[in-house]
Design a protein around this ligand. Structure first.
Ligand SMILES: *Cc1c(COP(=O)(O)O)cnc(C)c1O
Length: 400
């Protein structure tokens, strides 16, 4: 080979991709044409949208739009610096103060995303010689944060507080500090962690207690204040991670907790320190979201979300579908094989219903499913339309 021969140093990717395709699941993102709404247009087709996390319809709320536009006029399109140096604007502080009041905590710190909040907080707080008790179905951003921390990771089985207690009994004394971390609402199953029991275990074994409220922000608790509020655990959860990207309709994540916790993250959390601050429009939209949630309108939206969620889940069950242990607006329709899930999703889309198939390795091989997410914006007509499609296709595929 002469020096001038061009070699494709990425040639191996062809083989890697081939392996991926043969394993059976590849992402081919559908393209949303227009707004993220209950009825939306994906890949040129009008569908009832059961795939977004826009739980309260806030992504297109007039107040968020207006606030974002005003912020651009007043503050420009970008922040132009990282938060610790010159990128902290009055808007960023206003959002953090509003969030702290909303959550009933001393302080909050906003990160660029929920992913960055989990990664930054866990990696900063924990280190070598520490233990992290991590629930087996925790979100990837928690898992990556655990890995980056260099701590020992001890996994415990899904929602099994007894197994966690046993694990703590046999292992806790081997470590300096320890963190207990769990999703509040699990994104693939729509079930809820037993947070009361977990809070007691954290107290019994001296574990820092962290809860990921990505799918609980704007969904659980009074006016969507989250899982700690829902379970009456104020003061017993050390780190509440929340997102501004899903129900709150904007973008970002935050950690809510004590003054010292937030001050420590400001000094040390790498995604916050090293990546540029949110643009003003995003921050202003998030502020408007929190204001809506604190108002009677917010309470109405959350109530409507739950009314829709309960109706849709109950009707799916009546049709004879397996919806697992779901208790939230996320309802899986568990159909067994990946093939079944893919075929169900494909035919539903053809009938005008967009619900994402979720297959191995996202869930266990024999628990492939189509995941539905309802929002406050769906009308009864939208939900009945979707239920009819489920009934028709479910019968054709003999899934009930
Ligand atoms: C979506 C999600 C995140 C990440 O939040 P973003 O704000 O979208 O980055 C973290 N944890 C869980 C459980 C999630 O579902």
């Amino acid at each position: 080979m002469t020096a001038l021969t061009r070699t494709d140093r990425l040639g191996f990717l062809e083989g890697e991709l081939k392996d991926l395709y043969e394993q059976g699941f590849v992402w081919r993102p559908r393209i949303l044409e227009g707004e993220q709404r209950a009825r939306a247009r994906f890949d040129g087709q009008e569908v009832v949208n059961l795939s977004s996390n826009n739980y309260l319809g806030l992504t297109n709320h007039p107040r968020l739009r207006e606030s974002a536009k005003r912020a651009i006029d007043r503050y420009g399109a970008g922040a132009g610096a990282v938060r610790p140096i010159a990128g902290t604007m009055t808007l960023h502080r206003e959002l953090e103060e509003k969030l702290a009041r909303f959550k009933g905590v001393e302080a909050t710190l906003v990160f660029q995303s929920g992913f960055a909040a989990n990664l930054g907080a866990i990696q900063t707080l924990m280190g070598k010689g520490d233990a992290i008790y991590s629930e087996e179905l925790n979100h990837g951003s928690i898992i990556d944060g655990c890995r980056l921390s260099g701590s020992e990771i001890l996994r415990w089985p899904h929602r099994n507080a007894d197994a966690l207690r046993r694990l703590c009994k046999e292992s806790r004394q081997k470590y300096r500090r320890a963190l207990l971390v769990t999703d509040a609402v699990f994104s693939m199953d729509g079930d809820i962690a037993p947070l009361k029991e977990l809070a007691s275990i954290a107290e019994e074994f001296d574990l820092i207690f962290m809860v990921d409220d990505a799918h609980a922000s704007g969904v659980l608790g009074r006016g969507g204040r989250g899982s700690a509020d829902h379970f009456g655990l104020h003061g017993r959860v050390d780190l509440q991670m929340g997102t501004l990207s899903k129900a709150l309709g904007a973008m970002g994540g935050y950690i809510a907790g004590s003054k010292n916790l937030i001050e420590f993250l400001i000094q040390k959390a790498r995604p916050w320190l090293l990546s540029t601050a949110h643009p003003p429009a995003v921050v202003a939209a998030a502020i408007a979201s929190v204001e809506i949630l604190e108002s009677p309108e917010g309470e109405r939206l959350v109530a409507k979300l739950w009314e829709n969620a309960n109706y849709f889940k109950q009707e799916l069950k009546k049709l004879g579908f397996n919806t697992g242990a779901s208790e939230t607006p996320i309802t899986p329709v568990i159909v067994g094989s990946s093939q079944n899930a893919k075929e169900l999703a494909r035919r539903l889309f053809a009938e005008g219903v967009f619900a994402q198939e979720i297959v191995f390795p996202m869930v266990a091989r024999e628990k492939a499913r189509v995941r539905t997410i309802v929002t406050a914006m769906h009308t009864k007509e939208d939900l009945d339309f979707a239920l009819n499609a489920f009934k028709k296709v479910g019968k054709e595929l003999e899934l009930m």
